[in-house]
Design a protein around this ligand. Structure first.
Ligand code: ATP
Ligand code: PRP
Length: 490
């Protein structure tokens, strides 16, 4: 990413590698279908495809007010190394050229950089673009090398999801289970949408970048582990937990020390802090990816003389390599610690973590439509997660009236379900007359309690028990929604 200037206008250039193979291959009959992608007129208003080539933190197409027509798409580098026939390549180039010619500024750039046809000799077609936008006013600033497009200017709501790692698949599964499937046109594309939620852009990012971008205002909502929010959010009050228990990504952030040597008899943080070894000259050496939380935790636990080092993974190797005395890392099964001769100690858990839905408070209060979208996502998550732990049980019970059957059921507190049983008569023809001497009961039962429930039901005359999974349980109003409104002062 780089900046350049022209004489009168501030110009920002972004470069992004983008392969056009997929668009070519996807088109019926192998004919290039580049016009929607590279037609600059369409690009200015049609946000859809140009997003493919624009990095997450700048979207000139959705910039509001709309950018002046001088959106400059310049073809910088062309590397034709694909399985393209010469005719197809030429057709593609001609389409690009036609499209670019619709923007006078772009035409110049294109003719400057268009490679000669003789260079189209390889077997895979890939093109690197630079997207430049010229602005008559300058809403862009450069902050630590990042471009700040005054993100509040955009109209879309942005949801950040983990692009890879442990959380990625489970997050998509959760959304899928809530009928909020993410539609990603190309696995290499970092932007996607959720057809059920209009005006929502999904941006795939590394978990820590999701938190950073929530803080910078480049994302509005995100799903990451609580550990990541706590470490990279660093207590920032703009970050609000909308749902703090999404029921996956369970792990704990723990301090661990070797089982051997000077630590053999150390079994608690208190004992670790009381060791006389740690001095200003020879401090406790801790390797962690969570320096913010670790520093706070160790200080609060009386460990003053500590130095930190970081690594991107496999931290458990650090003590055995002689690089560290202790580590602070995520643990779930504990196998990695065990296999590396390390142990957790009493009082050494910094944080219990699982996946959470987090939002920017500023966005919630300022971005049009975000509160409604957040409400919908929250309701769907809550309804799905509540249902996950429950079965619906339908059973028959002989009785003289619905009230009498209900009384029998309610006499057993564990049979009362969420609000109480639904009891309805089962009509049969008895001696030529339609009568109800059986009642069907419908109750929600915790999955863990199912067998005990069936036994109790039988004990009071239940029979023909049918058990089925539940998809959603929508409550009257989710307590988390009320909590969110109160955190926002609404
Ligand atoms: N062993 C584990 N068991 C369960 N959940 C874990 C475990 N390790 C990590 N997690 C959760 O998954 C999240 C992502 O972890 P992962 O290691 O995949 O991140 P990453 O994107 O590869 O991070 P990094 O950018 O540091 O490489 C963590 O923040 C945590 O919430
Ligand atoms: O308690 P366990 O079930 O053994 O899991 C713990 C390990 O899982 C995570 O690492 P990950 O596998 O994501 O690899 P990494 O070390 O490269 O981050 C974490 O950093 C631990 O190393």
């Amino acid at each position: 990413m780089f900046f350049c200037t022209n004489q009168t206008l501030p110009v920002c250039s972004l470069s992004a590698r983008h392969t056009i193979d997929d668009h070519l291959l996807a088109s019926p009959g192998g004919e290039p279908s580049l016009i929607p992608v590279y037609n600059l007129k369409a690009a200015i208003t049609g946000k859809h495809l140009l997003k493919t080539i624009i990095p997450a933190n700048l979207n000139p197409l959705t910039h509001h007010p709309p950018l002046p027509a001088a959106l400059l798409l310049s073809l910088l580098h062309q590397n034709l190394v694909g399985r393209r026939k010469r005719g197809q390549r030429e057709a593609a180039m001609s389409l690009i050229q036609t499209s670019l010619q619709q923007c006078p500024a772009a035409t110049t750039a294109f003719s400057q950089f268009l490679p000669s046809p003789s260079s189209h000799s390889s077997t895979k077609l890939s093109v690197r673009f630079t997207v430049s936008c010229c602005l008559s006013s300058s809403p862009m600033t450069s902050v630590n090398g990042n471009i700040d497009m005054q993100s509040s200017d955009r109209n879309e709501i942005r949801l950040g999801l983990p692009s890879k790692g442990r959380m990625a698949t489970d997050t998509l599964d959760l959304l899928n289970d809530c009928q909020l499937s993410v539609r990603q046109l190309n696995p290499r594309q970092y932007v996607a949408d959720i057809p059920q939620l209009s005006n929502v852009e999904v941006w795939f990012q590394r978990p820590k970048d999701i938190v950073r971008k929530l803080v910078s205002g480049d994302l509005d909502l995100g799903i990451v582990g609580l550990d990541t929010v706590s470490e990279f959010g660093q207590g920032n009050e703009d970050l609000i937990l909308v749902h703090d228990e999404l029921a996956y990504g369970d792990c704990r952030l723990s301090l661990a020390i070797p089982k051997y040597g000077i630590f053999e008899k150390i079994n608690s943080v208190k004992e670790l802090a009381q060791m006389t070894q740690w001095t200003a000259e020879k401090p406790l050496r801790v390797t962690t990816g969570f320096t913010y939380l670790s520093r706070k935790f160790l200080r609060e636990n009386g460990l003053q003389n500590v130095v930190f080092s970081t690594a991107d993974g496999a931290l458990e190797a650090a003590p055995a390599m002689g690089i560290a005395d202790a580590i602070v890392d995520l643990v779930s099964s504990g196998i990695t610690l065990k296999e590396n001769n390390l142990k957790e100690i009493e009082g050494g858990v910094l944080l219990e973590s699982q996946a959470v839905l987090v939002a920017s408070k500023k966005s919630l209060l300022g971005r049009k439509g975000l509160l409604d979208i957040t409400h919908e996502i929250l309701e769907r998550f809550e309804a799905h997660l509540r249902a996950l732990g429950q079965f619906t049980v339908v059973a028959n019970m002989r009785g003289s009236s619905a009230e009498e059957v209900s009384e029998r059921i309610l006499s057993q507190p564990s049979l009362s379900g969420l609000q109480g049983p639904t009891v309805s008569p089962v009509f049969r023809k008895i001696d030529g007359e339609v009568k109800a001497d059986y009642y069907a009961i419908v109750i929600c039962v915790s999955k863990k309690q199912l067998y005990k429930f069936v036994q109790q039901l039988r004990a009071i005359g239940g029979s023909g028990v049918l058990v089925s999974p539940l998809t959603y349980i929508f409550d009257e109003e989710t307590p988390r929604w009320r909590q969110l409104l109160s955190k926002l002062g609404l």
